[in-house]
Design a protein around this ligand. Structure first.
Ligand code: ZN
Length: 212
């Protein structure tokens, strides 16, 4: 039973491009209850706090609690925009599997209309280090970071005041809580990022430092 439902969920995620939010997975798997989908994923992932009970099939995309899961070792068919990113990362065009996985991650983290709107407002420039990464003469590569993550257990809001626009480097620093954030650090704060979200980030940062 566990194996059968895990394979069903795996296929559902693959049909969504290899990575999907829990809500997308629920929609694709109406035959299972939400709680049993979550349990099945967790029992098949070494990213959960417990050792996986079964085969290690799933990984978290933005960390536990973000509600985004991917299928391990699943590579997306390369799409035109992804190729551009890969070309940038790897001039030889022979991207390694690790780089492909990274570009899949970029593709997924790029998508909401709200994030795109804020990217435009801040002129596609990293709000932490001010890097502007050209893909072509009129296109730039940049990512959106929900400072307080969406989904359980954080339930951060999907509003512009909670979305920081960052380059891939700064995105990693934010995701992994490698830096503290302050209002002074945020350039061009046209979306009016709120202090409460920075405080959430810094609290996570302190917990991480203390448990090192
Ligand atoms: Zn940056």
């Amino acid at each position: 039973m566990a194996k059968e439902s895990a394979l069903y969920i795996k296929e559902a995620i693959e049909s969504l491009g290899g990575v999907a939010t829990l809500n997308q997975i629920y929609e694709k798997c109406p035959r299972y209850q939400k709680s049993s989908i979550r349990r099945t994923i967790q029992e098949h992932s070494s990213d959960t706090t417990t050792t996986p009970k079964y085969e290690d099939i799933f990984f978290t995309v933005n960390g536990l609690g973000s509600g985004v899961w991917g299928v391990r070792n699943y590579l997306l068919p390369i799409q035109p925009e992804v190729i551009k990113v890969e070309t940038f990362l790897s001039p030889s065009k022979e991207a390694t599997p690790a780089q492909r996985i990274l570009t899949n991650f970029y593709r997924v983290s790029r998508d909401t209309a709200l994030v795109n709107e804020i990217k435009k407002i801040v002129d596609y420039q990293c709000q932490l280090c001010e890097l502007k990464l050209p893909l072509s003469e009129s296109k730039w590569y940049i990512e959106g970071h929900h400072i307080k993550p969406l989904g359980k257990p954080y339930n951060g809001p999907d509003i512009k005041e909670n979305i920081l626009i960052v380059c891939p480097n700064c995105h990693v620093k934010c995701d992994y809580k490698l830096i503290e954030l302050s209002m002074d650090m945020i350039k061009n704060n046209k979306q009016n990022i709120q202090q409460e979200y920075l405080e959430f980030h810094n609290e996570e940062y302190r917990i991480k430092v203390e448990t090192k």
